[in-house]
Ligand binder design. Structure first.
Ligand code: UD1
Ligand code: MG
Length: 475
């Protein structure tokens, strides 16, 4: 085991090119904020007490956004460069032994495995630092890595020259600095004050460290990565969209590798934290978001949106169905065109059909609401049948009220259930009833006008229309 690694994540910049009121690292890709991605990657490599984010622009919101992670923060009130961002953390960082790794909060694609290789090269070799680099066809905008030999043969790094300060020969170098470093902590803190703002921007460049350490008689290496896309930083909305697409693609590949069928996968959006079981089929344009888990052998219908919900095995979600913050147990079917708004619990084998809306409702095992209903704040017993057009009137203009329906009850179509209301087990509600009083178990409730049939009335009316003769009263 090597000595511990401390990770500093630079996240103080505003990100002017995002043209946004929100700090850059608060924008989302792959369903998480950019900073959350980097923090999660860091947590795979170090304990939270060894991870620090440097915050500046909208420091409080940025802190809050990753508050649950238990990491530390360093405040950089003025952004005077990447070197400055680390230097000002001296009080929190310098006493931590081992190694110091620097990451960027706006480069969320880096994989923990790639960073592990960087750490391994630093800890297993004798260098004072290792930086991550890549050969790029077009390295414009990146710092260029100056080696004492051919980069492919692993010559030592002598310096990193920023685009603006590079000579024409240096600009021709295609090895670019990815901006990710691992240093020996003791040497870093011994020499960091030698960084001077000797550049047109008057900034303290972290990229001066290789030259400083080399001058002090130490060596610095570079670790070439094959895919510079992994270190892709986000500066504008177009890059945000590209990175989002990469995260989506990674997630889809992982799921397919784990036995999930995705139909027209390029149209499907699945957040990083989502888990899906084997043999589940996801249809085109479905979105599965947030903290959602889906069991095995389910179907998620086309254009459905499932968010922050838990679906058991064998659940069937029809097309265009919205499920939010709800639990659906094994064998439930919902949709097409159903809306489970929030806080619902649908027990095993229950069925929700088209144009049914549920809110904070428990549908117990085997209950059915097949068509056109609103069920809010309701507890609906096992095997209850809810007829088409049933409405729970849960709101009186001031307060929400509950509806309770006992096991095996039958609610006729177009019933209006005025809450608070209790309908006993096995009871019947006649179709079209307005139910305002509790119904005892096994009773029939009819709450509607009585029907009267007037024989031949229609025929007489037609005759009237032809002849103009009036219909007699009592006819
Ligand atoms: C930096 C490197 C460059 C490298 C490139 C890779 C320097 C001087 N240059 O340039 O060699 O090729 O990354 O992407 O380091 N930040 C702070 N506080 C500051 C300044 C920056 O927190 O005072 C943060 C930014 O929010 C950003 C990151 O550090 O997340 C990188 O800063 P940026 O100014 O974008 O550096 P680059 O110009 O990209
Ligand atoms: Mg940048």
């Amino acid at each position: 085991m090597h000595k511990p690694v401390t990770i500093v994540i630079l996240a103080a910049g505003l990100g002017t090119r995002m043209k946004s009121r929100h700090a850059k690292v608060l924008h989302r890709a792959g369903g998480k904020t950019l900073l959350q991605h980097v923090v999660d990657t860091a947590l795979a490599l170090a304990p939270p007490e060894r991870i620090f984010a440097v915050v500046g622009h909208q420091a409080e919101q940025v802190r809050q956004s990753v508050a649950g992670a238990g990491i530390g923060f360093i405040e950089q009130t003025e952004q005077k460069g990447t070197g400055h961002a680390v230097m000002i953390g001296r009080d929190s960082l310098a006493h931590l032994d081992g190694y110091l790794m620097v990451l960027y909060g706006d480069s969320p694609l880096l994989r923990a495995d790639t960073l592990r290789r960087l750490i391994a090269q630093e800890t297993e070799g004798g260098a004072a630092g290792v930086l991550m680099s890549a050969q790029m066809d077009d390295p414009t905008g990146y710092g260029r890595v100056i080696r004492d030999g051919d980069s492919r043969s692993g010559g030592l790094v002598l310096d990193v020259v920023e685009q603006k300060a590079a000579t024409p020969e240096q600009l021709a170098i295609r090895e670019a600095n990815m901006g990710i470093y691992c240093f020996r902590a003791d040497l870093f803190w011994k020499h960091v004050d030698e960084i001077q703002p000797n550049n047109p921007a008057r900034e303290y460049y972290l990229t001066d460290m290789p030259a400083i350490l080399t001058r002090a008689g130490h060596t610095v290496e570079a670790m070439l990565i094959d895919d510079p896309g992994e270190a892709l930083g986000i500066n504008d909305r177009a890059q945000l969209a590209r990175v989002d697409a990469i995260f989506r693609e990674r997630k889809r590949s992982d799921l397919m590798a784990a036995g999930v069928t995705l139909i027209k996968p390029e149209t499907i959006t699945i957040d990083s934290a989502v888990e899906i079981g084997m043999d589940t089929i996801v249809e085109p344009f479905a979105q599965i978001l947030g903290a959602t888990t889906v069991g095995e052998n389910c179907r998620i219908g086309a254009c459905s949106i499932i968010q922050d919900s838990r679906l058991g095995d064998d659940v069937d979600i029809g097309a265009f169905t919205l499920v939010n913050a709800s639990v659906l147990e094994r064998g439930v079917s919902a949709g097409p065109y159903a809306r489970l708004r929030m806080g619902n619990h649908v027990e095993a084998g229950a069925h929700i059909g088209n144009f049914v809306e549920l809110k904070k409702t428990r549908l117990r095992a085997g209950a059915k609401a097949g068509h056109l209903a609103y069920l809010g704040d309701a507890d609906i017993g096992a095997k209850v049948n809810i007829g088409a057009g049933t409405i729970t009137c849960n709101y009186d203009g001031y307060k929400k009220h509950p509806t309770q329906i006992g096991e095996g009850a039958f609610i006729g179509s177009n019933s209006t259930l005025v809450a608070p209301l209790e309908i006993g087990a096995g009871a019947y509600v006649a179709a079209g009833s307005v139910v305002t009083q509790d119904v005892p178990p096994d009773a029939l409730a009819i709450g509607r006008g009585h029907q009267e049939n007037k024989p031949e009335w229609a025929m007489k009316r037609r005759k009237l229309a032809r002849t103009g003769a009036p219909i007699q009263s009592g006819d």
